[in-house]
Design a protein around this ligand. Structure first.
Ligand code: GUN
Ligand code: FE
Length: 419
């Protein structure tokens, strides 16, 4: 990894998620002690005569932001407007993703994406690659060098896409096995491999089953898309005849369980929500993407009331930003449209702790407390009332992006950006 400064103590205004309740706890002037492994050993209130200067004066410190869902090869087509999901995939996505058979292109885009994530305060991301093993190796190397945490792997596709985007199941599984062997758990679990059948439509039943089997056998996250668009749902049920709904396609191919992380979940029936809950399946909520592709509003409150693990996803490049804060703002808008408001406090919790839960890394991530890893982001807050209330502070973090940029991004005590 590139040489980054390590912190042993941080002083500043801290907002930490409570571990299980969707609430944030404030330390107006905290001292956070970090050991040589990047683990938090103590959090305390700074004494009046504290000799440690504030680390990032004026900034608020929260846990690193978690982007539970984005597409590395769509970095350069972010904002490519070609209509709803299926035409957008054909017109904007597949031609660009085909370019990742070129290692130079893959390397340049991987660097750009890592920079963009770090700039926006993301410390952990669930990242779809393409079906190209070499591009995926290049991505993993960039993530390792860049110091980020990531859960990634080949995007599995063996049908319903141009040949340049596909990889046959046997080859894809051999390449996945090699990635697991070489990369899974690298640097104390900072880099992890996941199984990523793109969505049911782009996979044969055999490919889905093999992905599900590897997820179970190696305890890997399984990431995919579901129920994003009505045409997608209709085509999926036509491609998998005899299934009563979209979720049952994944259930019947060994792709549904507590390691599963499903993006979108917009047009679910009550029964599908009940089965999500019963199987402890996690949700990647991608409201900015849902707006851009006109996909609809995911009923976030329904998912939360059922106790599902939910994180936020930028879904770059259907999402138009690498900023999880902006996605939190879009999630607020979407919740009002669904007539079931989710508060900025809950959304900031989802952007940090919720994401860690959805990605099954909540044993070490998502709180600023002893025993957790020091993954931190410092965000400047614009001038507010001289002593802003906690609510005003949270509103500024979620909504005032222009006036309050990310000042520093820290993974396991190492400063990836910021003085
Ligand atoms: N469904 C299948 N592939 C994709 C993708 O790349 N982006 C989005 N938003 N949905 C998908
Ligand atoms: Fe996506």
């Amino acid at each position: 990894m590139t040489d980054a400064r390590s912190l042993s103590i941080v002083r500043g205004r801290v907002l930490t998620p409570a571990p299980y309740e969707r609430k944030l706890v404030e330390w107006p002037d905290a001292l956070v002690e970090v050991d040589a492994d990047g683990r938090i050993t103590a959090v305390s209130e700074a004494p009046a005569d504290c000799p440690v200067p504030p680390t990032w004066p004026g900034a608020v410190i929260v846990p690193g932001l978690v982007d539970t869902h984005l597409h590395f090869p769509q970095t350069r087509i972010l904002g490519s407007a070609s209509g709803p999901l299926l035409p957008w995939l054909e017109t904007s996505v597949f031609p660009e993703e085909a370019r990742f058979d070129d290692p130079d292109h893959a390397a340049a885009v991987a660097r750009e994406m890592c920079r963009a994530l770090i700039e926006q305060g993301t410390t952990l991301a669930g990242i779809y690659s393409t079906a190209h093993p070499q591009a995926t190796e290049i991505l993993l190397t960039a993530l390792e060098d860049g110091g980020l945490r990531a859960v990634t792997g080949l995007t599995l596709m063996d049908r319903n896409a141009p040949p340049a985007n596909r990889l046959e199941a046997v080859e894809a599984m051999a390449a996945s096995d090699a990635l697991i062997e070489r990369w899974h758990g690298r640097d104390g679990g900072r880099i992890r491999i996941s199984m990523i059948p793109r969505f049911a439509l782009s996979c044969t039943p055999e490919l889905l089953r093999e992905a599900g089997r590897r997820s179970r056998e190696h305890d890997l996250l399984l990431q995919t898309h579901i129920s994003e668009n009505r045409d997608e749902i209709a085509q999926t049920l036509a491609a998998f005849p005899g299934h009563r709904d979209y979720l049952s396609v994944y259930e019947d191919h060994d792709c549904a369980g507590p390691r599963t992380l499903l993006a979108h979940c917009i047009h679910f029936s009550d029964d599908e929500w009940a089965r999500m809950q019963a199987q402890d399946i996690a949700v990647a909520h991608c409201p900015d993407s849902n707006f851009f592709l006109g996909s609809g509003c995911m009923p976030l409150r329904v998912a939360l009331d059922r106790g599902l693990r939910v994180g936020l996803g930028t879904d770059v490049g259907a999402g138009r930003t690498f900023s999880v804060r902006r996605v939190a703002a879009a999630a607020y808008d979407a919740s009002l449209l669904c007539q079931a408001m989710v508060s900025p406090e809950e959304l900031l919790w989802l952007a940090t702790r919720g994401g860690a839960q959805a990605m099954r890394q909540d044993d070490r991530l998502g709180c600023i407390a002893p025993g957790f890893d020091a993954d931190l982001v410092a965000i400047d807050v614009p001038p507010l009332h001289p002593s802003p209330s906690r609510a005003a502070l949270i509103d500024a973090l979620v909504f005032r992006h222009d006036a309050g940029p990310v000042r520093a991004t820290v993974v396991r005590g190492r400063v990836l950006r910021g003085a």
